[in-house]
Structures are given as structure tokens and as C-alpha cells.
Design a protein around this ligand. Structure first.
Ligand code: OGA
Ligand code: NI
Length: 239
């Protein structure tokens, strides 16, 4: 089914079918660093990536996200439903990133940022070894894609809710001069009108509350105003 898309509208309708057939509703954004006219090629690649993978991206955002959330709760020593409650009215979004080869790769980059949401399940392109990089011990480290595996990036809201027990990961994406790279990011976060307050269970004498309450929609505005400036956004809600 995927190989038959010969034009952009065709590819779109296939993708929409896929989403609707599974009775999923999610926002899909396409992000490309390419010139107009290359989007059709980008969509072909996304569809190939989706059909190749063991788990479809649509499944990723809805099934895996819930499981991951339960595991996060448990690893914090909380009831398995604790975070799920905090993300009530959850919001899923999916972004498909397309990075064509660039003759001057050092000039083209998805700037350093931490995702503003709860967490992100990222499906990488196994053909390209150096794309996603994270800050680890003060240095940029490549996260090599493993076939059949996803990367889970912790976002700012998990850091807030866990009162700094989890740290959102600062990351960026680099391009190369030889190969196109694609990635599919499934974002899991609260609804925009959600009131985010760190979990009372995470506060103790040795761990005083370190984040102010916020409304997620306002936080997002702040995040976008900070124009992907590393971890600047979360500092605006720190006491
Ligand atoms: C993102 C992101 C990384 C990648 O979409 O927020 O960080 O590898 N993408 O494309
Ligand atoms: Ni990101």
C-alpha cells in the first residue's frame, strides 16, 4: 500500500487512512528542512519507515506512551497511575522530520532544545548513525539508532511533576552531506488547559518544591518564544 503513493495528495490520503482505520486521532506535523517540492519524497520516506517498523508510529503514541508513563510512575516509587492522572486530558502529537543531505552540514542543525511536553517517543532512521545527539556530562553525544528500538526523551513536564527527579534531556539533530535522514517523533503531554503542579509525593525535607504551577498552554507559548534555546524554558517556572 505504501509504495503506491505517487504524489503528495496521494501519500497524504494513505497516511490519513492509516490513522483513521486504527481509530486514532492525533495531530500530525511535518517538519522539513528541505526546499518546497521535496515534501512528496519526504512523505514516501515516512511511509516506508512506518511500514518497516515493528510497531507503527500510530501505535507508538497511544499504546506505548501509556506503558512508558506507568513505568515512569513506578520508577519514581509512585502508584502506577500517578502520572497518568497528572496528564489527564492528554495530548498526542506526531512530528515527522525530514533532513536532506546538506553540503555544509555544520551550518544546518535542529537547534538544541528539551521537548516541552511530558516525553517523546522517537523513531530514528537506522540508515544514519549520527543524527540525534544529547547532552551527557556536558558534551554532545550521538544516540545511535538500534533496529526495532525507540528512543524515549524526557520532556520538561516530567521534570516539573517529578520535582527535578527526572531531568528533561537537551538534544539536537545534525545532518550530514551524504544521506537523507528522517525521524518520527510522537509527543505525549498534557492538554493545553491543564494545570501543571508538581506531585506532592515528590516533595520532602531534602527535596523542597522547586517549580511553580503553570498552565501547559502558557508554558508552550514561553517555549516557542524562547526559540529552541536549550533548556531555557523550564528555568522560567523554577522558584
Ligand atoms: C524533535 C526532535 C530529533 C530528531 O522533533 O523534537 O528533537 O532526531 N527530533 O529528529
Ligand atoms: Ni525534540
Amino acid at each position: 500500500m505504501y509504495g503506491k503513493c505517487s504524489s503528495l495528495p496521494d501519500a497524504w490520503s494513505v497516511f490519513h487512512d492509516l490513522v483513521h482505520k486504527n481509530a486514532f486521532s492525533c495531530n500530525i506535523m511535518i517538519s522539513t528542512l528541505c526546499a518546497n517540492g521535496q515534501s512528496a519524497q519526504a512523505i514516501h520516506l515516512f511511509l516506508a519507515l512506518a511500514s518497516d517498523s515493528v510497531v507503527r508510529p500510530t501505535h507508538v503514541s497511544f499504546v506505548a506512551a501509556k506503558r512508558v508513563l506507568g513505568l515512569f510512575s513506578e520508577s519514581l516509587g509512585l502508584e502506577s497511575g500517578a502520572l497518568e492522572e497528572a496528564f489527564e486530558g492528554e495530548r498526542h502529537a506526531m512530528r515527522m522530520n525530514y533532513y536532506p543531505p546538506c553540503p555544509e552540514p555544520e551550518l544546518t542543525i535542529l537547534d538544541a532544545h528539551a521537548d516541552p511536553n511530558g516525553f517523546t517517543i522517537l523513531q530514528q532512521d537506522t540508515r544514519v548513525k549520527d543524527g540525534l545527539q544529547i547532552v551527557h556530562c556536558g558534551a554532545w553525544v550521538p544516540i545511535k539508532p538500534l533496529p526495532g528500538a525507540f528512543v524515549v526523551n524526557i520532556g520538561d513536564q516530567l521534570q516539573v511533576l517529578s520535582n527535578d527527579a527526572y531531568k528533561s534531556v537537551e538534544h539536537r539533530a545534525v545532518v550530514n552531506s551524504e544521506r537523507t535522514r528522517v525521524s518520527i517523533a510522537s509527543f505525549y503531554g498534557p492538554a493545553e488547559d491543564s494545570h501543571i503542579a508538581l506531585l506532592a509525593q515528590m516533595v520532602a525535607d531534602e527535596a523542597p518544591a522547586c517549580f511553580k504551577d503553570s498552565v501547559y498552554g502558557n508554558y508552550l507559548q514561553l517555549f516557542y518564544a524562547s526559540k529552541l534555546d536549550g533548556k531555557a524554558a523550564i528555568e522560567t517556572v523554577r522558584y
